[in-house]
Design a binder for this molecule. Structure first.
Ligand SMILES: Nc1ncnc2c1ncn2[C@@H]1O[C@H](COP(=O)(O)OP(=O)(O)OP(=O)(O)O)[C@@H](O)[C@H]1O
Length: 242
């Protein structure tokens, strides 16, 4: 698979004449995890959609560039806030949907291994409607991890999980997505403190870098460095909420 590039987004975005963010520069370093945090509605998902080349509600003025100068098309795996599972397919069929859409032979062994890793071995033949919200989110995570793309954009991928499962899934994602350029949108300062090579706080006027703990990710949940970064980040986020 291609090497993971860095990505730089520069510019401004407005919806119906109202500025969402103005003159920001956000760089996702190659083969690292960037955690993007910011108040609800500040534009985090909009940035993901811009990088994906999907429609947004407003108008973007600026540029999105890669370090290898190649287009982003077909190089991104994306997990949206909603699970986007197809209701008429089973969990296993959903997990291999990417291959099916590309008319490729699905790697069923890998899908079953990943479904086991996300704790859904016993639910592979069920339809999404028969799963809990957290189980559906884990099925969507397995589908995302199936895609061997150099760039991975994750929009609150662990938000529906209980705390123990969330920690397990963070570790799985970090393992499977080693060497990918990852952007993780999250509201959870503990998650950012564990997972990030780079933490970025989005405001309407900047994409501001926040210090990361001085040990490499993925960090233990109970490491003093993780806990201290988590609490400092939370204190800051409570101050800047709208
Ligand atoms: N389809 C739409 N039509 C009009 N406005 C929209 C639409 N989608 C998003 N917006 C607006 O764009 C702004 C940014 O939305 P976005 O989803 O990017 O925020 P976010 O930071 O990801 O929020 P959250 O943390 O709540 O997911 C919000 O003010 C939202 O109301």
């Amino acid at each position: 698979m291609n090497e993971a590039p860095s990505i730089t987004l520069q510019g401004s975005h407005a919806i119906d004449g109202r500025t969402l963010f103005d003159g920001i520069t956000l760089t996702l370093p190659a083969a690292e995890w960037t955690c993007l945090l910011g108040p609800s509605g500040v534009g985090k998902s909009t940035i993901l959609r811009l990088i994906l080349g999907l429609d947004t509600a407003g108008t973007f003025t600026g540029s999105i560039e890669t370090s290898d100068a190649k287009p982003l098309d077909n190089r991104i795996s994306y997990m949206a806030q909603s699970d986007l599972l197809l209701p008429w397919l089973t969990v296993l069929e959903n997990a291999v949907l990417g291959a099916r859409l590309r008319d490729e032979k699905p790697d069923l062994d890998r899908a079953q291994t990943l479904l086991a890793r996300v704790g859904l071995s016993d639910h592979q033949t069920k339809k999404p409607a028969a799963l809990s919200g957290g189980m559906r989110q884990r099925a969507a995570l397995a589908r995302t991890l199936m895609e061997d793309r150099p760039i991975v954009l994750l929009d609150e991928p662990f938000s529906a999980l209980d705390a123990g499962t969330r920690a397990d899934m963070q570790e799985l994602a970090a393992e499977v997505l080693t060497d990918k350029t990852v952007m993780l949108v999250t509201h959870d300062p503990g998650e950012a403190a564990r997972m990030a090579h780079q933490i970025v706080l989005l405001t309407p006027s900047e994409a501001k870098q926040w210090p990361v703990p001085p040990i490499p990710p993925i960090r233990p949940v109970d490491a003093p460095e993780t806990l201290s970064a988590q609490s400092e980040l939370l204190a800051h986020m409570r101050g800047f909420r709208a």
